[in-house]
Design a protein around this ligand. Structure first.
Ligand code: HEM
Ligand code: HEM
Length: 494
């Protein structure tokens, strides 16, 4: 059912002229913290992708390890994942939350001081993470590598963020809370719970601790956390971004407000149970593995409900698909959300997982979500926000389009080569010769076959990164004065 809904003020849709007086009553919004997190996102995003590209090249040319412990694959891989997820994606989330809740709730932030403390401590943590990971300090838990002093710092600034988030909700002028805020709220509450439980550890030295969990129990807690890091860092807040920035940009209501509410409740209820799909064929009890599979398959329903709501919203502005780079980023971002949330449930089925687990297929799945969904939704939001926050025309729409095409080509090269490489590797592992022996007993003979696909992946990553460098150039030129090339009128301060 189609419901007209004003995403800015959480009210049913009003024609522009009727709501024009609204801007006169606008409180003074804090844009400094939004700018800070946008800059953090760009800096950490470029760093993460450069390190990711180095990791990809090392898998093609091992000499690029440089024979140094600091640049070895084992250290730069967690550096890449931490910088990408916690440096890039989380900065985007904080920028989006601080920017949009002020508008959606029609109030200033609860505390500007707390917001600045959050910005500073957060960036110090990411610097600390980069240094300690390169030096080899790690808890050896994926996406939870950081040692206990940094964990404590993270818990501290998350509480500060939480106080500011709920404080802003408490002082709001707008009674009704738009669905984007519910999606943000799910992350604000769930992330600290996951993070604190999985990082419970006994410190033995300044940078060494031991988890309080052990064995299969440890694995289960770890993937309850790991999977929900995907859910509550890389999915729910980005759905909030979709529900707020996409309708705002095309100046149309979301297709169905009712569907967005069903999407929200069903998604968060189902996501939290799906972690065991990371532990199929492990010593985890069989019933728990099957539970993970069942919930993962169910997850396709709310995910595709959300994707459809995005697509149907776009039908109201389909004439802009050809010309508007931001619309293109949103369209391809939502498409990759649909693709990765179709692929994920398939990979949760045991027979398929026995082929995809431990190989490049998983890496392809990860990056169709990370580059396609997270990356493109982030770029769409940045292109929307930079001209508005700095109050300058975008320097070049043409460069934004170039970025879009380089990025799209990069993702396709990345994920297609990883799918081929993964399926090839999985099939070679299980191939048997006429005597019933393994046909490819030597790892190196399989690796040699995968070499060209890993080369294509590195090329895909290089294209994606070059698009990001063009975006950064475009933003620098925009902030320094805007450009004659800009075709769109200067946007009003949102
Ligand atoms: C230029 C872009 C990128 C390149 C070239 C790249 C490359 C890589 C490489 C080579 C790996 C290691 C694969 C392996 O161990 O076999 C990796 C892992 C990973 N990357 Fe990226 N990456 C890029 C962007 C991103 C972004 C933007 C994100 C997140 C928002 C991301 C998230 C991850 C994650 C979560 C893993 C670990 C996957 C797993 O353990 O299954 N990457 N990446
Ligand atoms: C319906 C939604 C989804 C389901 C059911 C799902 C399911 C899966 C499965 C079965 C695996 C392989 C586990 C293994 O064999 O070890 C996996 C890995 C992964 N997925 Fe998804 N996925 C979904 C959506 C996404 C999205 C949207 C993203 C990114 C934005 C994502 C990021 C990841 C990452 C980072 C891993 C690698 C974890 C690791 O081993 O390090 N997934 N997912």
């Amino acid at each position: 059912m189609r419901v007209h809904y004003d995403t800015n003020h959480g009210k049913f849709w009003k024609p522009r002229s009727e709501s024009a007086t609204m801007s006169e009553k606008q409180p003074t919004y804090n844009e400094t913290v939004v700018k800070g997190f946008m800059i953090s996102a760009i800096v950490w995003g470029a760093t993460a992708m450069t390190v990711g590209l180095l990791a990809a090249l090392q898998l093609v040319f091992p000499a690029l390890n440089l024979d140094l412990p600091y640049t070895s694959f084992g250290r730069i891989r967690p550096l890449h994942t931490n910088a990408a997820i916690f440096g890039f994606a989380l900065s985007i989330v904080f920028a989006a939350v601080y920017h949009s809740i002020q508008r959606l709730l029609r109030t200033r932030l609860f505390s500007n001081a707390l917001a600045m403390i959050h910005l500073v401590l957060y960036n110090l943590t990411i610097v600390g993470a980069a240094v300690t990971l390169v030096l080899g300090y790690s808890q050896s838990k994926e996406y939870a590598e950081l040692e206990w002093p940094l964990d404590l710092l993270i818990a501290f600034w998350w509480v500060i963020f939480m106080i500011n988030f709920f404080g802003t909700i408490a002082i709001r002028k707008e009674k009704q809370m738009y669905v984007a805020i519910w999606f943000y709220m799910a992350s604000v509450i769930t992330i600290p719970i996951l993070f604190i439980v999985n990082n419970l550890a006994i410190p033995v030295e300044l940078f060494k601790s031991y988890s309080v969990f052990s064995g299969v129990f440890d694995a289960n807690v770890q993937w309850w956390y790991g999977h929900n890091a995907v859910a509550f860092v890389l999915t729910t807040p980005f759905l909030g971004i979709m529900y707020y920035y996409f309708p705002k940009h095309i100046n149309q209501p979301i297709y169905s407000h009712r569907l967005s509410i069903v999407h929200f409740w069903s998604l968060i209820f189902i996501y939290i149970w799906a972690g065991p799909h990371h532990l199929l064929y492990s010593p985890l009890p069989d019933w728990a593995q099957s539970l993970g599979t069942a919930f993962s398959i169910m997850l396709i329903l709310p995910s595709w409900g959300g994707m459809l709501n995005g697509f149907l919203t776009l039908t109201q502005a389909k004439e802009r698909i050809q010309t508007d780079a931001i619309v293109k980023f949103f369209l391809v971002g939502i498409t990759f959300y649909g693709m990765s949330t179709f692929e994920g449930p398939m990979m949760s089925i045991k027979t398929i997982n026995s082929l995809s687990h431990f190989n490049d297929w998983t890496i392809g799945h990860v990056h169709s979500g990370a580059l396609g969904w997270v990356g493109f939704m982030s770029f769409a939001m940045l292109y929307y926000l930079v001209p508005r926050i700095w109050k300058k025309k975008l320097y070049s729409e043409r460069l934004a389009n170039t970025h879009f095409w380089l990025g799209t080509l990069g993702i396709l090269l990345y994920v297609i080569s990883m799918w081929i490489s993964g399926v090839t590797e999985g099939a070679m592992w299980r191939a048997i010769d006429e005597n019933g022996q393994l046909a490819y007993p030597h790892w190196i003979s399989i690796t040699e076959v995968l070499w060209p696909f890993r080369g294509f992946r590195a090329l895909g990553g290089a294209l994606y990164l070059s698009g990001v460098i063009i975006m950064i150039y475009n933003f620098i030129k925009t902030v320094r004065g805007g450009g004659a090339e800009a075709s769109a009128p200067v946007p009003q301060a949102a």
